[in-house]
Design a protein around this ligand. Structure first.
Ligand code: OGA
Ligand code: NI
Length: 337
């Protein structure tokens, strides 16, 4: 790639899809076959009945791997500021953004494109800013200083989302019949990463992806979707479903680590982002990740079922994940007993 084509958000509107983004026929999204938003559960965290919330979350994790939350405690103002900062960042002149460009996944702060440009055969119609977010005092200094309010807005958002993530981990623990602090305890001091995803309008959305089908390698993902433009799809029973934006909701999904910790009871489900011809789409994904040294092993064993996966450290898992292409087999398959 030459410098001009390093990122998609260059201010140039593409009139056709470059060859390197075109998927072979059998791998295309087949958008006309995608089913409209199915009932990805919307769970009200403001509900008084905690047992009920935990039960709804448990059902969602076991059956869908995905759910949405409302009354989640992050204010509308904080959410809007986050989206505003993301928008301003991607509107910066391309020369300014390219100062932050890297395709090295080990960098703790980088603007990049597609997924893993050095490993993948076909590229994806996405630019993304990847940040490490915990501990904030360690990482904020390396974040973009443009727009000028970026650091303050995003660090505030990260702190709020982290609180929500821990609340959800508590409810997930309870839903598995474990002590409330179980997940938090075994995952150790959790890292937090953010991907600010920008999907520009795409001349041929039928031929490519924003992100191809993948599962998230971390423990728990808290996704803020663009409130206007849909694009997230999840796989259920072999079919893709659109998860259209729900007002003031976050989309939550179980990552590979909670699938392993629950011995396969809770699912880290395949999902993808598709693009569209007219509108740019933004999403902000926050990932809670076990500490590198945390040993992931099953907390629960269903009667008569042995441990499905061998024990591993998160560091080992994460290294394996980034050594591969995004749309290969489920990374957890490589850790099966
Ligand atoms: C991700 C992801 C979906 C989206 O960043 O891992 O799945 O809608 N994003 O952007
Ligand atoms: Ni994902």
């Amino acid at each position: 790639m030459d410098t001009h084509t390093k990122v998609l958000s260059s201010g140039i509107r593409h009139s056709n899809l470059p060859e390197s983004y075109i998927r072979p026929e059998s791998e295309r999204p087949r958008l006309s076959e995608v089913l409209p938003c199915k009932d990805v559960p919307v769970i009200d965290l403001g509900c008084e009945d905690r047992t009920k919330i935990a039960q709804l979350i448990g059902d969602a994790c076991a059956n869908y791997g995905f759910f949405q939350v409302v009354n989640h405690g992050v204010t509308i103002e904080d959410v809007e500021k986050m989206l505003g900062a993301a928008d301003e960042f991607f509107k910066l002149p391309v020369e300014e953004k390219l100062k932050l460009y890297s395709d090295d996944p080990s960098k703790t702060m980088r603007l990049s494109t597609s997924f893993n440009v050095n490993k993948e055969k076909v590229h994806n119609w996405r630019d993304y800013l990847r940040l490490h977010c915990y501990p904030l005092h360690q990482y904020v200094p390396e974040w973009p200083s443009n727009p000028p309010s970026f650091k303050e807005i995003v660090s505030n958002y990260c702190a709020e989302v982290r609180k929500l993530g821990f609340r959800l981990q508590e409810l997930i623990s309870e839903s598995l019949g474990l002590e409330g602090d179980y997940i938090k305890r075994v995952l150790g001091e959790q890292g937090q990463h953010m991907a600010v995803n920008y999907y520009p309008p795409c001349p041929e959305p039928e031929l490519t992806y924003g992100l191809p089908g993948h599962t998230d390698p971390n423990a728990l993902t808290i996704l803020l979707q663009d409130s206007q433009v849909s694009g997230l799809q999840v796989l259920q029973n072999g079919k893709w479903f659109a998860v259209n934006p729900h007002p003031n909701a976050f989309v939550i999904n179980i990552g590979d680590q909670l699938q392993a910790l629950s011995n396969g009871k809770y699912k880290s489900v395949w999902h993808r982002a598709v693009v569209n011809a007219e509108k740019a789409r933004m999403s902000v994904a926050s990932f809670l990740c076990p500490h590198d040294d945390a040993v992931i092993s099953p907390a629960t064993q269903q009667h008569g079922v042995g441990a499905i996966y061998r024990d591993f450290t998160y560091a080992e898992y994460y290294k394996k994940f980034w050594s591969r292409n995004l749309d290969q087999e489920h990374c957890l398959e490589l850790f099966k007993n």
